[in-house]
Design a binder for this molecule. Structure first.
Ligand code: C2O
Ligand code: CU
Length: 477
């Protein structure tokens, strides 16, 4: 069907463009040779809205908004970052991949930053299959804010091929009337829920009251729908209308098919859905964000062709996760408390909407803390002592406690953890994650086997919170 070129190319590895129908696998950008892939970071003048008077200065990999990289689980990959940015260093973090620390892409902590004109090749063998993403870990609020990010799909978790495979990457842009973007970090945003963009997009295509991307999908078929929240700030609540659908993976980790009601996706979180498309050609399926005053249609899926005959069959399941189970019988519990930083945190009203840089001498740089420690402004160059030191090979329960008034998607590098329970949502299914969303006042227990040695970043993925203190290091040694 329409999406099958994507599946075929998956076997070779590669980088694909998303956006419009051309997105569905017809435009390889690089990566024909095994799993050798080039990702050139550069500045690109581009109109996000067709009628934009002036283009916006985006920062993109391979001149593509959220390119898709496909790898094969268990096959060594070499991904070369070429820094073509005019004026700043960068790195790539492979979000959710359990790879060696030296390949994790955190400047100074795991590698020297890649300066303009330089290149760095990341070499690793993906240990898991599923839906991941990648982004810089330097000035992330602006680099990711201007578009440096991409979808990473690792194949090798589907015993039976799906009839079609579609990724929807969500991102907002803080687009001003004159085409400029930003400010990416404001005191009001950083001290509150984050700064929201004014233009919503999916795969780089605007989502407005009367328009959104449209994709054709086969009738009576099993579609694998991968939804990624790649925004710095916005929380999504994903639901599907017009087709039966099941959750089959969270943050790239399979779970037994679970009928989808809705699923909350904080920044950096992903969900894979199996969508059983209706038999009738012309029917429409809506992918929606319910976390809005009125539901926002993120994408419309148009059913085309004759039915493939999946109706009435059991939903397609993925293979079991490759991540090792923690041993709960022998797992000490460590508390991790997320709070505002000690000291005043309400921004003075007259400063709140200025770009953060303009307020630096007038307001605190650190607004957030983990276990009362804030990540210092020069933290990458001079990292503070770890929040915790875990014994390699031992299992732990982390008790994550949000004692602040805002929601925090909490991410740990280098590991996936099992979300066991929530103090506010008794119905939360046990599931694997690398980023978990903690509402105000919520406590969650998550468990992991600390099997990947190194210093791993542990932070909120609302990037303004991360960059104003809600970050630390968890050491596995
Ligand atoms: Cu997407 Cu430090 O992470
Ligand atoms: Cu946060």
């Amino acid at each position: 069907m329409i999406l099958s070129p994507l599946t075929r190319r998956a076997l070779m590895g590669g980088v694909l463009a998303l956006g419009g129908l051309a997105a569905l696998g017809r435009r390889p950008v690089a990566g024909q040779e095994g799993q050798a892939i080039r990702l050139a970071a550069g500045e690109v003048a581009r109109r996000l809205l067709p009628d934009q008077p002036q283009p916006s200065m985006l920062r993109l990999y391979n001149e593509t908004v959220m390119p898709v990289v496909r790898l094969q689980r268990g096959v060594p990959a070499a991904l070369t970052l070429e820094n073509g940015l005019p004026d700043e260093h960068t790195t790539i973090h492979w979000h959710g991949l359990r790879i060696p620390n030296a390949m994790d892409g955190v400047p100074y902590v795991t590698q020297p930053p890649v300066e303009p004109g330089e290149a760095f090749t990341y070499r690793f063998t993906p240990p898991d299959a599923g839906t991941f993403f990648f982004h810089p870990h330097c000035n992330t609020v602006e680099q990711l804010g201007r578009g440096l990010g991409g979808v990473l799909i690792v194949d090798g978790d589907a015993p039976q091929p799906f009839d079609a495979d579609l990724a929807l990457a969500y991102k907002d842009w803080d687009l001003n009337d004159d085409g400029t973007l930003g400010p990416f970090l404001t005191l009001r945003g950083a001290a509150g829920p984050g700064t929201f963009g004014s233009l919503k997009t999916v795969n780089g295509t605007p989502v407005t009251d009367d328009a959104c991307p449209v994709y054709e999908v086969p009738a009576g078929a099993d579609l694998r729908l991968r939804v990624l929240n790649l925004d710095n700030t916005r929380l999504l609540r994903i639901a599907v209308e017009g087709a039966e659908s099941w959750m089959i993976a969270t943050d790239g980790m399979p779970l037994a098919p679970l009928a989808l009601n809705f699923w909350n996706l904080g920044p950096a979180m992903r969900v894979d859905l199996a969508v059983r498309t209706p038999d009738e050609e012309g029917t429409e399926i809506l992918v929606q964000n319910l976390r809005a005053a009125v539901p926002v249609v993120l994408a419309r899926l148009k059913v085309v062709g004759g039915p493939l005959g999946r109706a009435g069959k059991a939903p397609p399941a993925l293979s079991v996760p490759f991540v090792p189970e923690p041993d709960l019988a022998d797992a000490p519990t460590l508390r991790m408390v997320f709070s505002s930083a000690p000291g005043p945190s309400e921004p003075p009203a007259e400063l709140a909407d200025l770009p953060f840089a303009d307020t630096l001498c007038l307001a605190p740089r650190t607004l957030w803390a983990i276990n009362a420690q804030t990540w210092p402004e020069d933290g990458h160059a001079h990292p503070p002592a770890p929040l915790a030191v875990l014994d390699r090979g031992r299992s732990y329960v982390l008790q994550l406690e949000n004692i602040s008034k805002h929601t925090h998607p909490i991410h740990l590098h280098g590991h996936s953890f099992k979300v066991l329970s929530s103090s506010t949502d008794p119905d939360l299914p046990v599931h694997w994650a690398d980023t978990t969303l903690l509402g105000p006042g919520e406590r969650r227990q998550v468990a992991l086997l600390a099997d990947n040695p190194g210093d791993w970043m542990f932070h909120c993925h609302i990037i303004e919170h991360q960059e104003t203190g809600m970050m630390g290091i968890v050491r596995v040694a």
